[in-house]
Design a protein around this ligand. Structure first.
Ligand code: PSU
Ligand code: MN
Length: 310
């Protein structure tokens, strides 16, 4: 399962002028994924979200680098017009295995956590913010549906700030795989692994940390000790934005039933479940989703700043 890749050729990845300058002068950059924009959030909220997430990174002193493949070129840092394209609704979802195909064929695509981690790392960006990680799906024993995000984190040195994983997944199995793959999981200000829409997935985190400085110290030591694996910094959604528990449980049961009914499989599973939550909660899940992504972008920026501090 580990996706231990040969280093991606840096010349293949195009960093925006601002991101390139920032990296060259040793200042803080935060990578952002684009699948969340193309397939995780409905239009037109996705386009506003793209700007708001980048602004949250800037508000904490770092430069945002949204990642996507456009015209067959992997890009780290997008212009406003490029963000328009990502949010247009036409981009396919690219996981790590799809990168070579999209580049080879000159296509466009939005990058998942796995693909974003690969490209961010190739560009020399360590911090990466998102909403939720992919993981082991319920019923994976039969379907073998385990997100490539986990294998990518096992073999790619990026520090991912997220709100855990959604309860659409088998959370316990996801945490087991992260343990097997030697990916450290840190709770930010919490002893509970967050469940995305809910602050507590019902599972504990092995480690708790309480400041960006601690996170930076852990990441420095993790890489200095020679680990090639990524790490997960899991921050719960702000209390005021948590999704109501009963609504959450109803949407989850309905969403899982819909998958079976419609025979949804493969890379369509995660977007179909997200879509059901947004459609079925009259905007409540969207508000939760936006709040947690903005908080994660801000925290990733603070950690990135702490990391480059002398
Ligand atoms: N989980 C979420 N929101 C998301 C995703 C996952 O709560 O938007 C997206 C991310 O881009 C993640 C991808 O990398 O789905 C995982 O897809 P799959 O399960 O097909 O690997
Ligand atoms: Mn899958």
């Amino acid at each position: 399962m580990p996706h231990v890749s040969a280093p991606v050729s840096r010349s293949l990845v195009r960093t925006s002028p601002e991101v390139a300058d920032t990296l060259a002068s040793g200042r803080a950059v935060v990578a952002l994924e684009s699948t969340i924009l193309a397939h995780g959030l409905p239009a037109p909220a996705n386009r506003t979200a793209a700007d708001d997430i980048e602004a949250a990174v800037r508000a904490h002193g770092a430069v945002p680098a949204t990642v996507a493949v456009l015209d067959g070129v992997p890009r780290v840092g997008l212009s406003a017009a490029e963000l328009d394209r990502v949010c247009s609704g036409d981009l396919v979802k690219l996981s790590a295995r799809d990168l070579g195909v999209a580049v080879g064929l000159g296509r466009d695509g939005a990058t998942t956590v796995a693909a974003t981690a690969t490209l961010a790392h190739a560009a020399g960006v360590a911090l990466f913010a998102t909403g939720g990680l992919g993981g082991v799906h319920r019923g994976a024993r039969d379907t073998w549906d385990v997100s490539a995000d986990l294998g990518a984190l096992a073999g790619t040195g990026v520090f991912v700030v997220c709100s855990g994983v959604k309860s659409i997944l088998d959370v316990a199995a996801t945490l087991e795989v992260l343990e097997t793959e030697s990916v450290p999981v840190l709770g930010y200000g919490t002893d509970a692994f967050p469940g995305f829409y809910r602050r507590d997935s019902g599972h504990a985190v092995p480690w708790r940390i309480d400041s960006p400085a601690e996170a930076a110290a852990v990441w420095r030591a993790h890489t200095a000790l020679g680990s090639a694996a990524g790490a997960v910094l899991a921050q719960p959604v702000p209390e005021a934005d948590e999704l109501d528990a009963a609504l959450h449980d109803r949407l989850l049961a309905e969403g899982l039933a819909l998958l079976t009914e419609r025979g949804v499989t493969g890379k369509d599973v995660t977007p179909a479940l997200l879509e059901h939550f947004h459609a079925g909660s009259e905007g409540a899940s969207l508000r939760t989703n936006l709040a947690l992504v903005l908080a994660n972008a801000g925290l990733a920026a603070q950690v990135a700043v702490a990391l480059v501090a002398p």
